[in-house]
Design a protein around this ligand. Structure first.
Ligand code: NAG
Ligand code: NAG
Ligand code: NAG
Length: 509
């Protein structure tokens, strides 16, 4: 995967295990965490990267890149041999040894390669292949735990270009024919929905004492400019995620950079905690991830430290938090049927340049009502009491039968199934949940550790269901943060994330 090679050990031998593992202890906690690595403190990192096209599929693999699912998962072994292990030859070479579980061969797997270990039929369809590759990488990275095993944090990349003439994306989950031209979707021509070239520096021990763990994924969607790619030059699209941690101390710090280009003006980069089994938000295949327990409203809190270094311009919809769930309009849980499953998203956008499209003279962009923490419900036509500026946008599921008029259906193409989106903005109405209450909070120059009562907030938010249907369980299979730079070229966003955790409240112990 690229010309840069790190010194990497791929061995997994019984002997090394006997060298004594370090850095695997879970810190003592007085809460129940839903994630496999509470607070990102585990030296032995589990990390993967996925790339999606406009409708959260692959469509076409990028040449020499294999299927767009990659991982960096390793264990750390100490130098001192265990008492009963006299011959620990590798232990004498380095104070600590990293043993990688995912090889370059694994990461390079793509359509045409048999996936090792028991998939008798070679999958020839690129979308299904990526899903199976994710399960394979998950199996290699899996950590046994209670009540469920878990796999990795997930870096998610998405290219917002859509070739409307190529008929690659279904419309609200139904096969759709070619259409266009449609200026609402950027596309420079054939092949505009491609995945990036991804370079991978496997995690190694670095620094003067070899006690800094560091690794990186980076690349570009501008395939013709990859040869000229370097950290931050030129005008081509670019992404980079560097992860770094001091051995045995503190949190991993994930440093993200995302740049849009004229050919790729709409790009997304998130760090996700996805369900470790089942379907995750916006994705209709079985998934692997970090959430060993799926948090359910109203009983969970999300904690993390965010430092936004560069905002990414006025079109950067920076999500302090993005949560993804799925239920059918009649309240039943999703089952993978893309015609009746509906992805439900809610996002807090912290870019102070993002306007409230919901206004008293634009009710279609507002949810039908707002619920205050004391349970008081205020309808959006109550101009004296409705908090319009707390909402950027509400859009209803494209297949909702009884949306309250006026209503704007969500983009029917950008998910494999219909979707519903509720985007909120910093406002005093969210103070009870620990969310930003004023524009600029948490933005550039204001790094902060957040402790958000996402469970109670997401319980109070409006989401559509058919009238009279029993309320759906709001189970959030994806919890993530990062930015979506929306149709603006030449913008750069840069930020770090650390200390991420999802804490379950109200747990019987
Ligand atoms: C990037 O674009 C700007 C403005 O179009 C141009 O002046 C500059 O030379 C370009 N840089 C590179 C490295 O191509
Ligand atoms: C509930 O909260 C809203 C907003 O703060 C306030 O206007 C209303 O009076 C409260 N209702 C009750 C019954 O306390
Ligand atoms: C506001 O909307 C509610 C619910 O649709 C309706 O019952 C009420 O009559 C409306 N009020 C006004 C002033 O339009």
């Amino acid at each position: 995967m690229g010309e840069r090679r790190a010194l990497v050990l791929f061995l997994v031998t019984a002997r090394l295990v006997a060298c004594g593992e370090v850095g695997l202890a879970t810190p003592s906690v007085d809460y129940v965490s839903a994630v496999g690595d509470p607070g990102m403190r585990r030296d032995a990192l589990r990390l993967a990267l996925e790339s999606w096209n406009q409708c959260n599929e692959v469509g076409e693999e990028t040449q020499h890149m294999g299927s767009p699912r990659y991982a960096d998962c390793f264990d750390v072994y100490g130098a001192s041999p265990a008492p009963n292990e006299k011959d620990c030859s590798l232990c004498s070479l380095l104070p600590y040894v990293l043993v990688h579980r995912v090889t370059e061969e694994d990461n390079n797997l793509g359509v045409g390669n048999q996936i090792p270990g028991g998939h008798p039929d070679m999958i020839s369809e690129v979308d299904a292949y990526a899903a199976v590759k994710e399960l394979y990488l998950g199996a290699k990275c899996q950590v046994e735990d209670v009540p469920n095993p878990w796999h990795f944090w997930m870096i998610m990349l998405k290219n917002g270009n859509m070739d409307t003439f190529a008929s690659m994306c279904p419309k609200n989950g139904q096969k759709a024919g070619p259409f266009g031209p449609d200026s609402s979707f950027p596309c420079f021509g054939k092949g505009c929905m491609n995945h990036p070239v991804v370079h991978h520096d496997y995690t190694t021990l670095q620094g003067p004492d070899l006690t800094t763990l560091r690794g990186r994924f980076f690349g570009t969607w501008d395939l013709d400019s990859d040869a000229r790619l370097s950290a931050d030059n030129g005008n081509s699209s670019f992404f980079s995620v560097t992860w770094e941690k001091q051995l045995g101390k503190g949190s991993w710090v994930f440093h993200h950079v995302l740049r849009t280009s004229s050919k790729y003006p709409w790009l997304m980069l998130y760090l996700r905690s996805d369900a470790s089994s089942g379907l995750s938000g916006g994705y209709h295949y079985p998934t692997r991830g970090m959430s060993k327990i799926i948090p359910e409203s109203p009983n969970f809190i999300v904690k993390f430290t965010l430092n936004v270094i560069k905002g990414g311009g006025p079109g950067s919809q920076f999500y302090l938090l993005d949560i993804g769930s799925c239920w059918k309009n009649d309240g039943r849980p999703c089952d993978g049927d893309v015609t009746s499953d509906i992805t439900r998203y809610s996002e807090m956008i912290i870019n102070p340049d993002t306007p409230a499209w919901c206004r008293s003279d634009s009710l279609g962009a507002c949810p039908p009502y707002h619920t205050f923490p004391n349970g008081t419900i205020v309808h959006r036509n109550d101009t004296a009491r409705f908090p319009y500026s707390a909402y950027h946008l509400y859009c209803s599921p494209g297949n909702a039968r009884f949306p309250e008029a006026p209503s704007a259906p969500c983009d029917p193409y950008s998910n494999p199934q219909p979707q519903e989106i509720l985007q909120i903005l910093p406002h005093p109405v969210w103070s009870d949940y620990g969310y930003p209450t004023a524009r600029g909070q948490g933005w550039v120059g204001q790094p902060r550790t957040w402790k958000l009562d996402v469970g109670r907030l997401s319980q109070s938010l409006y989401f559509y269901q058919d009238p009279g249907s029993p309320p759906a369980k709001r189970r959030w299979t994806s919890v993530d943060l990062g930015t979506e730079i929306f149709k603006q070229s030449g913008q750069v966003a840069e930020w770090t994330v650390s200390d991420f955790d999802i804490l379950l409240t109200n747990v019987r112990r």
